[in-house]
Design a protein around this ligand. Structure first.
Ligand code: BGC
Length: 352
């Protein structure tokens, strides 16, 4: 009896040591992934993709979403640092609010990769992986230029402008990319922004929230277009703002539908494109971005330099962060089947 008890004890002890050994081994490959919110489709996809691909590459993953709340994200990152993560991959809510927590990461030699959104004013960021954000804006601006035939006609065409959250460094890249194309036509009088809201701060959308875009568009419609004045185009930096604009138009605008731009190819927006309620979007294949970030993580963990393709564009206020820029792709009702369904990004039933 005593002997049996002893051998059970021994087996237990062995199991414990084994488990502890495993935990230790896992910890040396633990990667923290901090995402801003589950509210927007794209970040769920980004998070899922990152987790799946990092795990396939043999890492363990601590994936957190912060409900667009800055202190929550700061806490989550702190926990990742204290929990033994070896590399941090962070899509920030507010690019300017992570300096303090990332100083701790730096002290502990934990490299940080800024995911899609640049983290500002800290030297703790080692790399940045994103899409060419300025190009996203260029694609949107050139689309409106060509659809309105701004080179061949005088207009004037009525246009309104919606961009993103001022705390997201990307928002200014999208806005500038589009406005560098469109501003000359505003100045030439071919585009008329009836609301008078043109500058970045006037057209920003807090948290990129659909509701905020919708209520601003409601006010613009009732102040400028309720009398039947035609609205020809709405420049929207992304799909969540485009959705708010489309909702407002549906509720309060009776004229011909304007051209509306977007970005992300969110399911609700692809449905709107198919239904003629949004004209285009910009497809950013989050699988490609995840692949690039996994390559960065692997290189860092092997003590090598990570692959980058841009060493000049993204200055975060303290340093130029070596970046990998993926390519954004124009999408509309004519090509969505090829780029979204045939590529396996969505199944057709999701868009039905
Ligand atoms: C991303 C966009 C996204 C927006 C709102 C930006 O930083 O680059 O793809 O639509 O955030 O979440």
């Amino acid at each position: 009896m005593k002997k049996k008890f002893l051998s059970v004890l021994l087996a237990g002890a062995m199991l414990f040591t084994l488990a502890a050994g495993c935990a230790k081994k896992e910890d040396s490959k633990k990667i923290g992934v901090a995402m801003p919110t589950k509210d927007l489709q794209r970040w769920n996809q980004d998070g899922d993709n990152m987790k799946k691909k990092l795990e396939e590459a043999g890492f363990t993953v601590d994936l957190q979403y912060a409900a667009n709340d800055i202190p929550t994200q700061q806490n989550q990152i702190e926990n990742m640092i204290n929990g033994g993560c070896k590399v941090l991959v962070i899509a920030s809510i507010d690019g300017d609010s992570l300096g303090t927590v990332l100083a701790t990461a730096k002290e502990k030699n934990i490299p940080v990769i800024a995911y899609d959104r640049l983290i500002m004013n800290t030297d703790a960021v080692a790399y940045y992986a994103t899409f060419d954000n300025y190009k996203v804006g260029t694609i949107q601006g050139e689309y409106l230029r060509d659809q309105l035939n701004l080179e061949g006609t005088d207009g004037p065409y009525n246009m309104e402008i919606f961009t993103g959250d001022p705390g997201d460094n990307n928002a200014r890249f999208f806005y500038n990319g589009a406005m560098d194309v469109l501003r000359p036509y505003i100045e030439a009088g071919k585009i008329n922004v009836k609301s008078g809201q043109i500058e970045f701060d006037q057209v920003a959308t807090a948290n990129w929230a659909t509701e905020n875009a919708q209520s601003r568009m409601d006010a613009i419609i009732s102040g400028n277009y309720a009398d039947g004045t035609k609205l020809d185009a709405v420049l929207c930096s992304n799909d969540s703002t485009a959705l708010g604009v489309a909702n407002a138009l549906e509720a309060g605008y009776t004229g011909d539908y304007p051209f509306i731009t977007g970005q992300d190819c969110d399911i609700a927006n692809v449905k709107n494109m198919i239904a003629g309620k949004q004209s285009m979007s910009v497809f950013k294949d989050t699988r490609t971005l995840a692949d690039q970030v996994v390559e960065m993580v692997k290189a860092i963990m092997e003590g090598k330099e990570a692959p980058t393709n841009d060493k000049e564009t993204y200055n975060n206020g303290v340093k130029v962060v070596p970046s990998y820029l993926c390519t954004p792709v124009f999408a509309d009702a004519n090509n969505y089947k090829t780029i979204l369904i045939e590529s396996g990004y969505y199944t057709e039933d999701k868009l039905a």
